[in-house]
Ligand binder design. Structure first.
Ligand code: HEC
Ligand SMILES: [Cu+2]
Length: 480
């Protein structure tokens, strides 16, 4: 199994051309090798104010990688990464595009660049069998941010397996300067198993036809932009995101929680819209958004078709450090534990003589520390991806909206009841509803273990079979 070389900047196969004079007889243009970068990195702005001949070398590959923790998928790629590398040229540039299909590929591949004016965007011209290369040329006629993708039949499958990326054609005068530029590309995956099911997952043609993805992700996998992989910026900086949507099916409602886009290059074209909350990114389309950072914190990138974010993986994070600005954002002006009275009378606990729980605690003593910390680690991932947006990073909840899990008496009082809430959803204690969390037994066991051993709790390990028992009992929160 090979791991994609995310983030490394690589200059595509430097060589051959461009020796000293930097001139080709054919076009009398200076020759440059394209600088390609892996998401979330963007190549440096183009400094020159004249056209050039830009040479791109891109390799198509196939490899088994991780779609989510413990979930493997056979990706088909450009540049050994999903999404493929970011290409940056200038309007008027003459591009020599070399596509190399590695010899261990199982199928032919090609490339359709939406930045190309001409048949198939280069698809027919670049079709390459395993172990072959193809070259074509084009002039970048129109400025904008364009998607590229494989267009080899079955096209849907090549795209669904990860074959897409972005090419920016800068206008002649260049893009305005910003402090940070990032590359974010949404796409969805259709797998044999349900979301979170571990092991190698095959592509599901049936789900793809139904447009029923199990994963909707940024930058090729669940968690590519969260935790340690979060994007970074500082207060006072201007951030620009080059956002693409590989599809293959869904249109994205791209939104950054806690930010308003000062500028949006609508659909990645030349028209600028201002003061936008959520912008559409069509399948096979793009957008460029820009905003100033005024207040530190974690800003969450989502597809605001919100189940895709909280249940299917379409979450990214932008961590911003720097000085608070109480004028812009007053922050918490009150801080208290949120313990609403139960809206319904709960049945007294002694009705089901909690001996299942006491049995559990003797067994719990046998569980090794190591086992607990492994489960905690996996549980933290689930928590970050699933529970955090509502219950918050330190389990503190949001007063009046989402109850805290830290020191939640309701939760600590009856753990099976809390598990039932996570399985089936829960309502009645607040004005809000917790929807059923579409997680398997192992994921729920891990996340509960994490929650029950964080923020001052010390409640031991929940095992998948504990979750299974609650699930089998069919009991809902109100039945406890
Ligand atoms: C969409 C927001 C949302 C998400 C996501 C969410 N919850 Fe909740 N959770 C709530 C709400 C709202 C309640 C209270 C519902 C009610 O009124 O009974 C709640 C209640 C709970 C409770 C009972 C605590 C109490 O005081 O009522 C537990 C335990 C809990 N959630 C755990 C989790 C876990 C674990 C996850 C992640 C797997 C999770 N929740 C994901 C919104 C959410
Ligand atoms: Cu392909």
């Amino acid at each position: 199994m090979r791991v994609s070389k995310q983030s490394a900047v690589y200059v595509a196969m430097v060589g051959l051309l461009c020796v000293a004079g930097l001139m080709t007889s054919a076009h009398a243009l200076p020759v440059e090798q394209a600088v390609l970068t892996f998401a979330p990195e963007v190549p440096p702005p183009i400094e020159r104010r004249h056209p050039a001949k830009v040479v791109v070398h891109l390799e198509t590959t196939e490899y088994v990688g991780e779609l989510a923790d413990g979930v493997e998928y056979t990706f088909w790629t450009f540049g050994d990464a999903v999404p493929g590398p970011f290409i940056r040229v200038r309007k008027g540039d003459f591009v020599e595009f070399n596509l190399h299909n590695r010899s261990d590929s199982t199928v032919p591949h090609n490339i359709d660049l939406h930045a190309v004016t001409g048949p198939g965007g280069g698809a027919e011209a670049t079709l390459a069998a395993p172990g072959h290369s193809a070259t074509f040329t084009f002039t970048a006629m129109n400025p904008g941010l364009y998607v590229y993708h494989c267009a080899t039949p079955p096209v849907g499958m090549h795209v669904a397996n990860g074959m897409y990326g972005l090419i920016l054609v800068e206008p002649e005068e260049g893009m305005p300067r910003t402090d940070r530029e990032y590359y974010v590309m949404q796409s969805e995956f259709y797998t044999g198993g349900m979301h979170g099911e571990s092991g190698h997952q095959p592509f599901s043609q049936e789900k793809a036809l139904d447009e029923r993805p199990d994963y909707v992700v940024f930058n090729g996998r669940v968690g590519a932009l969260t935790g340690d992989n979060a994007l970074r910026a500082s207060v006072g900086e201007r951030v620009r995101l080059y956002v693409g949507n590989g599809g293959p099916n869904l249109v994205s409602s791209f939104h950054v929680i806690g930010e308003i886009f000062d500028k949006v290059w609508m659909e990645g074209g030349s028209r600028i819209n201002r003061n936008v909350q959520t912008t559409l990114v069509p399948a096979g389309g793009s957008t460029i958004v820009e905003f100033d950072m005024q207040v530190p914190g974690t800003y969450i990138l989502v597809d605001h078709s919100i189940f895709r974010a909280f249940n299917k993986g379409a979450i990214g994070m932008l961590e911003v450090d720097g000085e608070e600005n109480r004028q812009v954002f007053g922050g918490r002006t009150g801080d208290s534990v949120y313990r609403p009275e139960p809206a319904k009378e709960l049945k007294p606990d002694d009705e089901n003589e909690d001996d299942s729980n006491s049995g559990q605690s003797t067994e719990m003593e046998e569980v090794s520390r190591l086992d607990l910390s492994a489960s905690m680690g996996k549980g933290e991932q689930v928590y970050r991806m699933t529970c955090l947006p509502c219950h918050q990073p330190s389990g503190q909840g949001i007063p009046g909206v989402f109850p805290p899990l830290a020191q939640s008496d309701f939760m600590l009082e009856n753990i099976d009841r809390a598990i039932a809430g996570v399985i089936h959803g829960q309502r009645g204690r607040t004005d809000q509803i917790m929807p059923p969390q579409n997680l398997n037994d192992e994921q729920i066991a891990n996340v509960m273990t994490f929650v029950l051993n964080s923020w001052g709790h010390d409640e031991g390990k929940v095992r998948p079979r504990d979750v299974r028992d609650v699930r089998r009992s069919g009991k809902r929160v109100d039945d406890f």
